[in-house]
Design a protein around this ligand. Sequence first.
Ligand SMILES: [Fe+2]
Length: 457
Amino acid sequence: MKFVILMVVFVAVASRCEGVTSKFRRKREATEDMPFDSDVFSVPDGYNAPQQVHITQGDLNGNAVIVSWVTPTEPGSSTVLYGTTKDKLDKSAKGKHGQYKYYNYTSGFIHHATLKHLKYDTKYYYAVGVGQTVRKFWFKTPPQVGPDVPYTFGLIGDLGQTYDSNRTLSHYESNMDAEAVLFVGDLSYADHYADHDNRRWDSWGRFVERSTAYQPWIWTAGNHELDFAPELGETVPFKPFTNRYHTPYKASNSTAPFWYSIKRGPAYIIVLASYSAYGKYTPQYQWLNEELPKVNRSETPWLIVLMHSPWYNSYNYHYMEGETMRVMFEKWFVQYKVDMVFAGHVHAYERSHRISNTAYNIINEKCTPVPNQDAPVYITIGDGGNIEGLANNMTEPQPSYSAFREASFGHAIFEIKNKTHAYYTWHRNQDGEKVTADSMWFTNRIWLRTDDSSNVV
Ligand SMILES: [Fe+2]
């Protein structure tokens, strides 16, 4: 009996102090974008048919949805018809359309309309392309914001439009319970091409429509959304992204679409901008300083932060790029007990223990991550499978803060069960199959004061 207890203690201590570098070796293979004539990029039939349909949350609480789409030939209608019965779309929302030019490219007509005053937990049907080629879709609104409503999020990052990207998206779609995607940045990788070939923004929009038209994707801006190219005369950062992908930033008193927050069921989600200023006195700094104290954990027990560039990353790619933001904000994350931080950017997977590195004051030499149960778990999920390929070169030895790392493509699912427990799984793409390679139970430290660092399943 004593031996068993000793073994349990040993395993618990060992799992806190050491990390695992997965032994799985992904086959090295060429990574290339799917060609324009692939069926996943097909243009819908019909005159001026709406394409690239996508939705995102449209307000703070989940009673509104922003519907966006592109018409290729002429503006057509910016109106969305919707209703709770499939054949009776008795409500309408009038949106607006715009176009942008990028170097020698001119976009289609990009429409955005916000459906407001929706009921919680309700299936809505909607139609776009009114008066010309009508296309119909549906979505389900989230449950009323509150502590004990289950809700399941998907997590995808750095997706791109390769054959691997297609596998990742298909694997995500095979989870029938996931209701919304938390997307941690780097969407189309159009900037990989000469002149930032913006036709790749269009093909990406058509590729992901099979998911984005039916459930909201919560957008984080990555470096591949910058499209800053003075050599092409393009000096307005984020031009294609901001024209194509709207966020409900004003609802959380943000002054720019790149940082904002939403409540969705039991979660409070804060989206940060790695590529917008965050130093002291900047708008983002000021906003986050005022935002964190507003989070009521009795209402939304789960506090999640999304960003693109990770703070804790033990790969030899983008190493320490997130450091300046960590220096600015990590103390606040510990103070407000952020549950988890999801980032992308590094094209691999990694999960940290609960650690912090906030004691340093220039002269005390305390600049090492230490276990801290008030700190978030940091997860890097930039493994969607884009054209830049895999990050497979790791720093050695594995730092003690790193709990699990693997150079693979995949996605994750975060299932909030109630106010005290959530189950997290990471699924690698393995020879076309979806394999669950990392999982753990999260306990909510606001409601259950337990150490979950040994809860790895
Ligand atoms: Fe990136």
